[in-house]
Design a binder for this molecule. Structure first.
Ligand SMILES: [Zn+2]
Ligand SMILES: [Zn+2]
Length: 365
């Protein structure tokens, strides 16, 4: 009873204070009432913590494998049977190619069949369909990049600066995580600056426009780009970091696969609750001049994610601080924008460069 009276008193005081505040600053009432920044930045502008599950499971499984005697025996037998060059070049090429096509292939099945529904319902831009003919076109470019860019790069690295292959060179768990973290940092820096440079109007049409052909990309389209772009922005940052650090070939190969899976997820168009969100990069493909980096650290520093964060904050205000609902709302708006643009724009101007949707599409619906 006493609690109820106290609560009633507090409510009445706060109602009076609110009424006074309304009279004192009526213009503030027009603005959305956002929760404190400390409470909204992480959950809204980044994926939910559960979306780290897939990455953590992958890392945990690799660390566990590396610590096992089975792994050490496997590496010993490989080193006894094949040359250092063969393991570094053919081994790494075979594994990374298989992983890329397997992961992109799983997303392709859902894209083309809309099955299983439990996955397809998380498609960010469900109105934008990539046909099987377009898929074939993407596959051709992805295969070309693998054969003529990844292949020679791995062969060159295997010839000039091969990674150690003996089981005795397998690093400990913390060192392994350090190598992977260094690679992620290198990709964040290298990809951000090269990618942003390619959005310069003088370079865009020649080097990057092809990658933006699909405003609602699919997983396989992660490497739908020209040779120069694939080498400089997608591969070089990690290749340089690994060449300098020279970890065991298994760590370098896993890191390559980990980055491949990340970029396929980023282009997949699916915002799965337990895997890496595609929302950030999907927004880049839709808006062109925001979200250049893979993680978002440099976008935050250089303020190149302003419209993305504004859209998320606006959605959060409308959802009264509920981050889950805010994300859903933004996903719906992104899909609605895409759908509206499709209806409004002639097909000839639809798939255009940075002066297209990015400039004409405002953030205000
Ligand atoms: Zn992309
Ligand atoms: Zn771009």
């Amino acid at each position: 009873m006493a609690t109820a009276t106290t609560t009633a008193t507090i409510d009445s005081r706060s109602a009076t204070a609110t009424a006074t505040a309304k009279q004192a600053a009526p213009e503030k009432e027009q603005r959305p009432q956002l929760p404190p920044r400390s409470k909204r930045w992480w959950p809204v502008s980044n994926p939910r913590p559960t979306q780290a599950i897939f990455d953590l499971v992958l890392l945990g499984a690799f660390i566990a494998w590396q610590r096992s005697s089975t792994a050490h025996n496997f590496y010993s037998s490989l080193a006894a049977r094949y040359s250092v060059f063969d393991i570094n070049a053919y081994g790494a090429f075979g594994i990374t190619t298989l992983v890329y096509w397997a992961v992109a292939g799983l997303f392709a099945i859902v894209d083309l069949t809309h099955w299983p529904d439990i996955v397809f319902r998380y498609k960010v831009q469900p109105f934008e369909k990539v046909t099987i003919k377009e898929y074939a076109k993407i596959a051709k470019v992805a295969a070309k990049n693998q054969l003529f860019v990844v292949g020679p790069l791995l062969a060159g690295q295997a010839y000039l600066a091969p990674y150690p292959v003996e089981a005795s060179a397998v690093p400990g768990s913390w060192a392994t995580l350090g190598y992977i973290a260094a690679s992620i940092a290198a990709i964040e820096v290298g990809f951000y600056y090269v990618h942003k440079t390619m959005h310069n109007p003088r370079l865009y049409a020649r080097y990057h426009k092809q990658h933006h052909e699909f405003t609602a990309p699919v997983g396989l389209a992660a490497t739908y780009c020209g040779v120069v772009e694939h080498l400089t922005s997608n591969l070089a940052p990690n290749a340089i970091a690994m060449a300098l650090l020279r970890p065991h070939w298994s760590v370098a190969t896993f890191t390559f696969c980990f980055l491949e899976i990340s970029t396929v997820c980023a282009h997949s168009g699916y915002n799965l609750p337990w895997a890496r969100s595609s929302l950030r990069h999907d927004y880049h493909h839709f808006k062109f001049d925001v979200n250049y980096g893979p993680i978002g650290v440099l976008d935050a520093i250089h303020r190149t994610d302003t419209s993305y964060r504004a859209a998320l904050s606006d959605a959060l205000a409308r959802a009264k601080g509920d981050a889950g609902r805010a994300r859903s709302e933004l996903l719906s708006r992104l899909a609605a924008w895409e759908n509206g643009a499709r209806e409004d724009e002639p097909a000839a101007t639809k798939k255009v460069g940075p002066v297209g949707r990015g400039d004409s599409g405002s953030d205000s619906d």
